[in-house]
Every structure is written in C-alpha cells, then in structure tokens.
Design a protein around this ligand. Structure first.
Ligand code: FE2
Ligand code: FE2
Length: 330
C-alpha cells in the first residue's frame, strides 16, 4: 500500500537497529520506493518480520522510515526493546523471555537462509521445526537457562547452532531414512551439539576438521562431555539428543574425540550432524578464518570422508544442500 506523505515528513530508521529489536512494534514502518513514494511494510498488528528485514538488507536497503509524528515512540522503543538487553534483564519474566528467545531464533534462522536457493518448503519445514523445540525448551526453567547461555555466550555460537539445526533437518529428511520424529530429534541434536561450550570459560573456537592438540583438544573433549551433562540434567530434552551431542566429534576411522569411537559404535544421526557441523563451520567466517564457498567446503568434506574422518554417505547427501547459485549458504 503506497502511503501519503505524512505531515512533518519521514524519519529514517536503520534496518540494523530494527534487527536488534523484539518483534512487537508500537508504530508503523514504511519502505521508500522512490523519492516521494513510500509503502507501508510493518504495523502494530503485524510486528516485525525478521525474514523480510533480512531480505531488505540483502537487497541493499539500509533504512526503513517512520512518521515524524512517531519520533518519541520510536526513540523510546529503540532504547527499551532490544532483545539482548531484555534477555539479560532479571526483571523480565521467564514467559516473556521464552517469546524473546523465539524472536531471536527466528532472526537467526532468517540470517541462515538468506542468499540461498533452497526449496522454500524445505526452509519453512525446518524453520517451523526449530521454533517448535526452542519453544518447548524456553518453557522449562532448566532448558530456558541453557538457551539463554547459548544466546549470550557469543554471537557465532547461536548462529552456528541454528545453522547446524536447520541443515541437519534438511539432510535427515533428504536421506529418506528417518521418521518425522527422528528428523526432529536430529535437528534438535544439531541445535544443541555445541551447548557444552557455554560451560567453558573464555573463548570457544571449535574447528571440526582441525587436528586438535593440547588445550584445544581438552576443549574439544570437554564441550562434548559438558553438553551431554546439560542434556541429562534437563528433563525436557530427549536422551537421543544427548547421543548426538556427545558423538558429534567422533570419526568413523576412530580418530575423533572424545573417545576415538569407530563407525560400528557410532550413532548414525551423530555422524550426519558431524558432517553438517563441519560444513557449517567451513562456510561461515569465524575465528579469524574466511568463509569458503559452499562448493569449496564440500570438496574439503569429500577429502575428509575419503580419509575416514567423516561419514561418506552423509557427505554425498550433502550435495543436495549446496546452493545452485554462487554465494554463501550461511
Ligand atoms: Fe563441537
Ligand atoms: Fe559445532
């Protein structure tokens, strides 16, 4: 809907600032189509849509616009409704935090899917699935605490967890081997695979395919063990999720961590998540390393599978997840 110029004019609002906010919105926002044409995009009733915000950003739009008459409401809202502040605020009730965590996760899912060419149904299914168990976890005090730690630990960890969750779901579905319930458990395991890192002091940087020695190896071992502990302590998380978390750094040839378990002793969904973990890590820039293009990352995985460090069938299946257009997948 094209909007008439309001009395007093427009004020620009940076999309980057809007992405930091909870979904609810106390004013209307507009996108500028041409010098004098503005179109209504978000309202009090719809709230923000993180997927659309990610799309605008992707297309190079840097600002939306509010009515000048809403300036005071806007400024107060930008000050008081930032997701990270609200989640850290002890006066915000747990039920409200559950909703905020869902907002945060929706935003991260939108970031994971941007600039990819996956089938929209597959993206929507994975999005719904992840939001379902995150919602379940956010309603239980113990798992709510784990989610809050995951979000506050460092930005990359939550992004990586969501990326592994959505791609694990897509890969498990593509295999045709798993029931709907199993796909959900595999995705859940993907989401929590590095949750043990939230109990490790200082920086956590886990490169699934690097040969870890010394302190890096200790960190690798301990985040698998601590992750299993967190899951065992929470009654809302199924135990199958724990197997995935515990084994996501094991390798079929026995060179993995923490136990050097060989293929015969490995949990199959754990092997699938291990492949997605490595892929997701390679196609994202973190730890001072540049992101690889999806095809380059895939070639690295093929080599690792040939060495017996990753499950070859899961790597081969991953070919279906490589975007057909050039660009970063996550
Ligand atoms: Fe890990
Ligand atoms: Fe990981």
């Amino acid at each position: 809907m094209v909007a008439h110029a309001p009395a007093g004019g427009w004020i620009p609002v940076a999309i980057e600032d809007l992405r930091k906010l909870a979904r609810e919105l106390p004013l209307d926002l507009f996108i500028q189509l041409s010098e004098s044409n503005y179109c209504h995009v978000f309202s009090r009733t719809t709230g923000l849509d993180y997927g659309r915000l990610a799309n605008y950003r992707q297309k190079g739009v840097t600002h939306l616009h509010a009515r000048e008459s809403d300036r005071a409401i806007l400024e107060q809202h930008l000050r008081e409704h930032q997701l990270d502040r609200l989640l850290a605020d002890s006066s915000v009730r747990p039920e409200q935090k559950a909703g905020l965590i869902l907002n945060w996760t929706e935003r991260t899912i939108a970031d994971v899917f941007i600039s990819t060419s996956y089938a929209p149904e597959a993206m929507e299914d994975s999005r719904r699935l992840v939001l379902q168990y995150v919602d379940l976890m956010a309603r239980q005090p113990y798992s709510l605490a784990a989610l809050l730690r995951l979000i506050s630990h460092e930005h990359y960890l939550h992004f990586h967890s969501v990326a592994v969750a959505v791609f694990s779901a897509m890969l498990a579905r593509a295999s045709g081997k798993y029931s709907t319930e199993d796909v959900a458990l595999i995705s859940w395991g993907g989401f929590l695979h590095d949750i043990g890192a939230t109990r490790i002091e200082g920086d956590f940087y886990c490169d699934p395919l690097a040969a870890a020695e010394g302190p890096a190896r200790d960190q690798l071992d301990s985040h698998c063990r601590l992750g299993l502990e967190i899951i065992q302590e929470s009654r809302s998380i199924p135990k199958e999720v724990g197997y995935i978390v515990y084994q996501h750094h094991e390798s079929p040839n026995g060179s993995g961590r923490p136990n050097g378990t060989r293929r015969a002793g490995m949990h199959e969904p754990g092997m699938l998540v291990a492949v997605v973990d490595a892929w997701s890590s390679l196609i994202s820039s973190h730890g001072g390393r540049q992101a690889l293009a999806p095809q380059q990352a895939f070639d690295v995985l093929v080599k690792a599978a040939e060495q017996g460090r990753l499950d070859g069938d899961s790597v081969e299946l991953l070919r279906t997840l490589i975007p057909r257009q050039p660009g970063r997948a996550a």
